[in-house]
Design a binder for this molecule. Structure first.
Ligand SMILES: [Zn+2]
Length: 352
């Protein structure tokens, strides 16, 4: 009901010319909208996790809206420099993708390229080396594939007793228990992948066929090199997609991530994105020590000249947002009307 009222209000503001008025205002020109995307579905990932995956046709509609609306899509670094200098063009936008998945390479990159839009990829790198599906995602996806079922006994995967797969909450509990086993036993990525294969067998899923689709995997070294040499700006997202609350471990995440990006993309990244949008103030001096000059969050908002450079908000675009929602954020109206700004600061291993 509330959502319908909000959409009706947005429609009214749009048809009344308010979107255009705000989009062309001096207020908007002093602000930057940074768009945040995750995955673009290769198959049915958007039905499994619509907050993380989007259908390619939705992305196409978004890009069309950007083109039609004469938005100035700028490279991230340049847009942040110009934000600070007060020299942004009207209707400025930067596009970012988190994680650097294979589906970015396959689905997003060709579409962005044909529009001539610059893009930043915040690349996490552990699974770039491993080239297997991301453990917590593939296990969740496979359980969802069997969402009408209950499994009589999960002993095969270390979970004796029945497994109910019929609700999102009960499936999530199974993923958490698997993660707990993997962490407790100190499993390597390869060992976690063997556990995924055992789960697939239990569920009657052909794991190697699923792996061959490259779903829920990252770009490999060759693909990363290719997009970087085609102008994709590859930046930091930690090596293992985590932010330990210990300086040495935290900085090692940045260093390992930077080393891989430097080796593969031949650039020295200085921009960072917090994995899962989780940040703590204690991270700021550690990021500064690592020469990081900007860090983006999943908090909603337009960036202003006064935004803290290590706490830059974005607009997280998802499958469930309507075209009008999207346009409201492009114009700046979405920012003016925003109620919920802060992303959850509880680490949920739901993302890569
Ligand atoms: Zn991420």
């Amino acid at each position: 009901m509330l959502r319908q009222m909000k959409l009706a209000t947005l429609q009214l503001l749009k048809s009344g010319g308010i979107f255009d008025l705000v989009a062309n205002s001096r207020w908007r020109q002093q602000r930057l909208l940074i768009l945040c995307y995750h995955g673009i579905a290769l198959n049915d990932e958007h039905l499994w996790r619509p907050g993380l995956y989007m259908e390619p046709t939705v992305l196409e509609q978004r890009l069309e809206t950007l083109k039609r609306g004469n938005y100035a899509v700028l490279p991230l670094g340049q847009s942040l420099d110009r934000l600070r200098a007060g020299t942004l063009p009207p209707r400025s936008v930067a596009i970012t993708f988190d994680d650097g998945t294979f589906d970015f390479y396959k689905q997003a990159f060709p579409r962005l390229k044909s529009c001539g839009f610059p893009v930043t990829v915040y690349q996490t790198t552990y699974y770039t080396d491993l080239q297997r599906p991301i453990f917590n995602l593939i296990t969740s996806y496979m359980l969802w594939k069997r969402r009408a079922e209950s499994i009589a006994d999960g002993r095969e995967i270390g979970l004796p007793g029945p497994l109910d797969l019929r609700t999102e909450a009960s499936r999530h509990r199974v993923v958490l228990r698997l993660l707990e086993i993997a962490d407790r036993e100190g499993m390597s990525g390869a060992q976690r992948d063997e556990l995924s294969a055992r789960l697939a067998a239990l569920l009657g899923i052909d794991y190697e066929t699923l792996v061959s689709t490259r779903m829920l995997q990252l770009m490999n070294a060759q693909e990363l090199r290719e997009v970087a040499s085609s102008g994709v700006d590859v930046q930091l997202h930690t090596h293992r997609h985590r932010t330990p609350e210990d300086e040495t471990l935290f900085r090692r995440e940045i260093q390992d991530n930077r080393d891989r990006i430097l080796a593969l993309a031949s650039t020295s990244p200085r921009h960072f994105c917090y994995p899962s949008g989780v940040y703590r103030r204690m991270f700021f001096p550690w990021l500064a020590q690592e020469q990081v000059i900007s860090a983006t969050t999943c908090d909603s908002g337009l960036a202003t000249r006064d935004s803290e450079m290590l706490l830059i908000p974005r607009f997280v675009d998802t499958q469930n947002k309507t075209g009008t929602d999207f346009e409201s954020w492009l114009s700046g109206v979405g920012d003016l009307l925003a109620v919920h700004r802060t992303a959850s600061q509880t680490y949920v291993p739901a993302e890569t």
